[in-house]
Ligand binder design. Sequence first.
Ligand code: RP5
Length: 202
Amino acid sequence: MSTEFDDLIDELRSEAAMDRPPAETPDVGIVMGSDSDLDTMAGAYEALSELGFEEDTGEGTESRFSYESYVVSAHRTPDLMYAYAETARERGLSVIIAGAGGKSADLPNMTASIAFPVPVIGVPVQEKSVDSVIGMPTGAPIVAVDAGKSFNAGLSAAQLLASDHDELAERLIDYHEELESGVGTVSRELHEQGIEVFREDH
Ligand code: RP5
């Protein structure tokens, strides 16, 4: 095993032992099976960023709400997956977003089992990953979004946190109102311009 790999596991375990207050730890963990999943998983941090979360790269953040990101492979680095999921609660994570691709996309479902009761939102990185992400037996829950819908996973993570944080609930309501308003604008334009002109303009 490489020293870097061992160090990563040791760091997770020592952070778990620190018992830091929730305001100082990342609230959301984003993990993915490979850095080749990053483009698909980008939506999760786009959604969280839009809601005012900052990424904690190990130095803490200015924002009260933060997320962290790691590559963790269920098949290539099972020890890291165990360390990450086993320490999730003690490290202060309230929710994990886990994405993986391929037909054996086991990172989300295994992380959900090991990190329980910390909720895991699974992101199938490809269509063919959907069954392996969502196919959990009774008693071993996972929540999941459709293939590639990592933006929704970010929103769902914020929704889970919002039950304890009114500030986040307000940000989600504002986000929804902006969506409504955007559809309202486009609807009026389509209606008033008619289909032909609208299509030329857009
Ligand atoms: C899965 O295998 C990963 O989640 C990724 O989607 C896929 C391919 O990984 P790489 O070979 O690109 O690292 O475990």
